[in-house]
Design a protein. Structure first.
Length: 682
């Protein structure tokens, strides 16, 4: 309890003489007020003075980004006229001394008197009053980029000089501002019949921005991006030659018009980069309508999934770039993820497709997304992030429907995409689950992994490792190899089938651990292709059914656990012969029974006595024969293991059917292909 509420009771009453006279109580000391601090010290900034005093509150600062934001505000205003359907052309001209001119052929800013500001035209209100403009309601613009009402006025406030010309109702009007203040009222210059729209010419104030200058490259790229975002606009670019300083990538003049919209933009950016599906998926759609069937805008997209490289998603709202993303990106992501998962369920791969996340799907994507919505909400005046809550639902609904139709209409491409993304998801899960301890490179250990016999040369591009079955085959291979460039790793019989084994069994398997350690590149989250110790990884097994089975198990291991080696072209199959045919000093080799019959007819005379030897395995093959037929780079034949993009879905299904955990899938495969078997070599 507070002391105020826990005092002890007073004793019996005392006489007046007994009661001591209390000392006078002193008031607690007061905080000393600042000298001279009164209502007169409260400063009220009027008009555009707050912008000049604190530009960071309106454009984020005075750095290079904020400096160029002035240009984007004016160009965005012109683009709003285009998006609203009132303009078709925008001219952007950069002249020496930081003069930038933006002209459109739209309706022209209204010049009649504003009803709330007697004596001032609407144009003067727009350029001198914060939070004024025609975009707060949908009367003038159904969709627009600038909705804060401070763009034009802020540019005016932060410009040393700003000139506005409006061609409207067959008359030309003009007004000039210096640091936000009009030099004279709006003036009617005269009649004009062949022109309409707004022309704005300004130069940023060096008192605020210092010696910064507009970048021709940055402005040109900005204009080019705007032209891509609205396929109906033509942006005419002009730049004084003295500002380019010999740069060949930025033209002095250009007419930017792209009928393909975002498709053209993404195609231009990708160049020759191969797309996973062979082509882009692009389109546009209306957003779901609101109450009373009111239009909510539209969405446009262009998407390419790439085999490799960094992902990139560029999103825009009402032609405004949103580098920090926002709710429209959320709808985009949800539409693609849920659509692909649903496709996986239709293809009887629900378990595998449900493991897909947005990271798996978008981690290899190159995409453009553009939405046009009513009254968008942005994070801050710089509009780097869209925060309109309804945008996520609208974009997801519109895009999901088109994505579902595209998947159903292109089943082969859809299956290829599904297989590719499932592979990424399973690789991500393996990386997360992998808990293999850090291992030193085999060359830095006193004991080599397993029974590895290493080569002496250290240049990865010149070396190769042979994976062979058992000590006997390993012994022959060691004698047949080139000690400088060829390493040998014998494996004990059939390795673990990783497609049906648990993660724990995989982690505990010593043979596979030795194999990964010998390769040196790690696995899972520790994988690093640059640490691979051999340029070629060669599976070399017996030329019989057992050898083919072991080779299949090894390829399954690489496909599931080290797919990067296959994609990078490092995995090969050796082709040892099954027969040796000899007549006198002549010796030829045959790969199988059919090849033996063909060579007997082609390489020997009819009726000649030919000695035929069948190799029981690599361990029984003399080292000279093994070297000559299988290991000598000058004479051997290697098969590179690769998976073409168009066969990715088929490969995934085949591996799951033949090597996976469901025996009924293998049984079904045998039933479907039994009639194709003509002869069994037993």
């Amino acid at each position: 309890m507070n002391d105020l509420f826990s005092q002890t009771p007073s004793p019996r009453p005392q006489t007046t003489a007994d009661v001591p006279v209390p000392a006078p109580r002193r008031a607690p000391p007061r905080a000393t007020e600042p000298a001279g601090y009164s209502a007169a010290d409260i400063e009220v900034l009027e008009g555009l003075e707050p912008v000049r005093r604190r530009p960071g509150m309106y454009i984020g600062g005075t750095d290079d980004t904020a400096f160029h934001h002035l240009a984007s505000e004016i160009i965005d205003n012109a683009m709003d006229e285009v998006v609203a359907g009132h303009a078709t052309t925008i001219e952007v001209s950069l002249a020496p001394d930081n003069w930038l001119t933006v002209r459109d052929n739209g309706r022209g800013i209204p010049v009649d008197e504003h009803p709330k500001f007697p004596g001032l035209s609407a144009l003067e209100v727009i350029f001198t009053t914060l939070h004024s403009g025609g975009k707060f309601s949908d009367k003038a613009y159904a969709t627009a980029g600038g909705l804060h009402g401070v763009g034009s006025s802020v540019v005016n406030a932060l410009s040393e000089r700003l000139e506005v010309e409006v061609a409207r109702d067959r008359a030309l009007w003009r007004i000039v501002y210096a640091r936000g203040k009009a030099e004279a009222p709006l003036t009617k210059v005269g009649a004009i019949n062949n022109r309409r729209g707004t022309t704005l010419r300004f130069r940023p104030d060096a008192e605020i921005f210092g010696a910064q200058h507009f970048s021709p490259a940055r402005l040109y790229r900005f204009c080019r991006a705007k032209a891509f975002l609205h396929r109906g606009v033509t942006i005419v670019w002009r730049c004084d030659a003295s500002l380019l300083r010999g740069r060949n990538d930025i033209p002095e003049t250009a007419e930017l018009h792209f009928p393909g919209g975002l498709r053209d933009s993404l195609t231009d950016e990708l160049g020759e980069a191969p797309a996973l599906l062979g082509e882009l998926w692009a389109g546009e759609a209306e957003l779901p309508r609101g109450p009373n069937n009111a239009a909510n805008g539209r969405v446009e997209w262009a998407i390419a999934w790439l085999e490799s490289g960094e992902s990139a998603l560029s999103a825009y709202c009402n032609t405004i770039p949103t580098p920090l993303g926002g709710t429209h990106e959320t709808g985009f992501r949800n539409a693609l993820l849920r659509g692909l998962r649903a496709w996986g369920e239709q293809r009887n791969q629900a378990r595998r497709s449900n493991a897909i996340t947005a990271e798996d799907l978008l981690g290899c994507i190159a995409a453009k997304l553009s939405v046009f919505i009513r009254e968008p909400q942005f994070q801050g005046q710089t509009k780097e992030k869209l925060t309109s809550p309804e945008a996520a639902r609208l974009v997801e609904t519109a895009l999901r429907d088109r994505f579902d139709h595209w998947l159903a209409g292109h089943p082969a491409q859809a299956d290829g995409l599904l297989a590719f993304v499932i592979e990424r998801a399973e690789d991500r899960l393996r990386r997360r689950e992998a808990k293999d301890t850090p291992r030193k490179s085999a060359t830095n250990r006193l004991r080599l992994p397993g029974k590895l016999v290493d080569c002496t040369r250290s240049n990865t591009a010149e070396t190769e490792i042979f994976l062979v079955e058992g000590d006997s085959a390993g012994g022959s291979a060691k004698q047949a190899r080139s000690r400088e460039t060829q390493a040998i790793l014998p494996l004990r019989g059939k390795i673990l089938n990783v497609a049906s084994a648990s993660t724990e069994k995989l982690r505990q398997n010593q043979e596979l651990r030795d194999l990964v350690e010998a390769l040196g590149c790690g696995v899972g989250e520790r994988f690093d292709l640059s640490r691979l110790r051999y340029g070629r990884v060669i599976i070399m097994t017996d030329a019989d059914v057992d050898g083919a089975h072991i080779a299949s198990l090894l390829m399954t291991f690489f496909y599931r656990e080290l797919p990067e080696l296959i994609r990078a072209g490092h995995l090969y199959l050796a082709r040892p012969p099954l027969y040796r045919l000899t007549q006198g000093a002549k010796t030829v080799y045959a790969m199988d029974d059919a090849d033996r019959e063909r060579r007997l007819k082609r390489d020997f005379k009819p009726g000649a006595k030919v000695e035929t030897s069948r190799f029981k395995g690599l361990g029984e093959m003399p080292p000279d024969d093994l070297k000559r037929t299988t290991m000598d780079p000058k004479q051997r034949t290697l098969l590179k293991v690769c998976i073409p993009p168009e066969q990715r879905a088929e490969t995934s299904t085949l591996v799951e059917s033949l090597m996976g955990r469901k025996p009924e899938l293998r049984f079904q495969f045998i039933q479907d292909h039994a009639r194709q078997v003509e002869e069994l070599d037993v």
